[in-house]
Write a protein that binds this ligand. Structure first.
Ligand SMILES: Nc1ncnc2c1ncn2[C@@H]1O[C@H](COP(=O)(O)OP(=O)(O)OP(=O)(O)O)[C@@H](O)[C@H]1O
Length: 423
């Protein structure tokens, strides 16, 4: 029988996977790196279809933990072989033993490729949505949340971020507008909320405590969402390792740090594989390293090949958020001031904007910089905001700063950033 042709986009997907595999292999050779097995685990999480390959990744991760900083040659060989097997799964299903299993993997791949076609990957859609409380109103908003994409919500305190997240996750009914969950064939009027909520995980700002050991809680959470038996064992162990909770499985809620509590909340939300992950200010209590790690983990988990998720999260950490988000929503006094792709901001402003840190006073910098290229310099908190003519490149401004002898401690191109909308 002739193989169906994968839709457009598959080639890009395969290219991305091969590139990641190449980087991973380079990282493993010749001696294996201490974090190689952990990276392999996230690679397997993202791309492996056959459960056996994910199990192998978990096994290798546990073995590498026992072996310490320098894994044995044998272990490195097994890791490399696993990378190849996962790649082969996607090209010819050769990584998978057994004809039946191969056919199943092929069918799953085909289904996924189809699902990834842009018009089919929308998990949530809202049109003309608004919410009114006594003296506050949020909206109107038209938005799509797609599998594999992170959407960021920013805005000052009290401007409607939590309200929006609650509407998306079905906890709050909008005053007007329509909601739809196309992948579940649910749209207003008459959305079957129990069905929809079975696919949505909500990680609130205030994390709810739990009783008992972390590991038991994860097994329980998976079980009440229908993940039973061997699948429950495997998926919980996988998520524990994936989110580096291995050292905490026997702990109770009050024995964990704020960062670990959040990783646990994430494991608890993801262990039953939701289609939409909603997080309300997850970065608020994390240190600078933990923030970066969490965002990269969420991005990889969202882009998982087998279980891609749509993610929507609010945060005041604008720059970190912009680094991982595909689209942003900016709320100002409840009004939707911007919805669109990261980088789409310049369309609104003709000129360019940069942020610098320097020990010099703003008046001195202004005197030295304003001219043909730079149009204004303003104090903005601890930094200075520089506006420059349309088309001005970061290198042009950096060159000018050097020429004029302005020593800087920090430089950022904000031309395409939501930062410009805060004022
Ligand atoms: N149940 C409610 N009834 C009436 N007003 C409410 C209710 N919930 C929120 N509000 C009001 O709606 C506005 C937006 O609140 P929301 O929690 O959505 O803001 P936010 O952007 O998430 O704020 P923060 O950044 O402080 O978490 C606030 O003025 C708040 O007081």
């Amino acid at each position: 029988m002739q193989e169906p042709t994968p839709p457009a986009g598959t080639e890009a997907f395969l290219h991305e996977m091969r590139t990641e595999a190449g980087l991973l292999r380079d990282g493993l050779a010749p001696q294996g790196r201490a974090d190689g097995a952990s990276r392999l685990l996230s690679f397997a999480e993202k791309y492996a279809v056959a459960p056996a390959l994910r199990d192998e990744a978990l096994k290798l991760r546990l073995m590498s933990r026992l072996q310490g900083a320098t894994p044995s040659n044998d272990l490195v060989l097994r890791m490399t072989a696993l990378v190849d097997a996962i790649l082969a799964e996607h090209t010819d299903a050769q990584g998978v033993a057994g004809l039946e299993e191969r056919a199943r993997v092929k069918a799953q791949l085909r289904e996924h490729y189809l699902r990834s076609a842009p018009e089919q990957a929308v998990f949530f859609r809202c049109d003309g949505v608004a919410k009114r409380y006594g003296g506050f109103s949020m909206g109107t908003l038209t938005l799509e949340l797609r599998l594999g994409e992170i959407t960021g919500i920013v805005g000052q305190n009290g401007h409607g971020k939590t309200t929006l997240l609650k509407i998306v996750s079905g906890q709050l009914a909008p005053s007007e507008g329509t909601l739809a969950y196309p992948m579940l064939h649910q749209r207003e009027p008459g959305i079957d909320w129990p069905v929809v909520k079975d696919h949505i995980a909500f990680v609130p700002q205030e994390l709810p405590p739990w009783r008992g050991r972390l590991l038991d809680t994860l097994h329980f959470e998976a079980a009440i969402h229908g993940v039973k038996g061997e699948d429950n064992e495997r998926d919980v162990r996988f998520m524990v390792e994936r989110l580096d909770l291995g050292g905490h499985v026997d702990k109770r809620w009050d024995e964990l740090s704020g960062g670990t509590k959040l990783r646990f909340a994430l494991a608890r939300a993801l262990v039953w594989k939701p289609r939409l992950l909603v997080m309300d200010e997850p970065l608020a209590n994390l240190d600078v390293l933990a923030k970066g790690r969490l965002l990269l983990d969420v991005r990889d988990l969202a882009q998982s090949y087998i279980h891609p998720m749509a993610v929507i999260m609010s945060s005041h950490d604008l720059y970190n958020l912009e680094a991982v988000c595909g689209q942003m929503v900016f709320l100002k006094n409840g009004r939707v001031d911007f919805v669109g792709a990261v980088g789409a901001i310049p369309a609104r402003y003709g000129d360019q904007e940069f942020e610098i840190g320097t020990a010099m006073r703003s008046s001195q910098v202004r005197e030295l910089l304003v001219g043909d290229l730079v149009t204004s310099v303003q104090q903005d908190g601890v930094h200075l905001r520089i506006r420059a003519v349309p088309g001005c490149q970061p290198m042009d401004v950096l060159r000018l700063l050097v020429e004029r002898g302005i020593a800087i401690t920090y430089f950022r191109d904000n031309s395409a950033s939501i930062r410009r909308l805060f004022s």
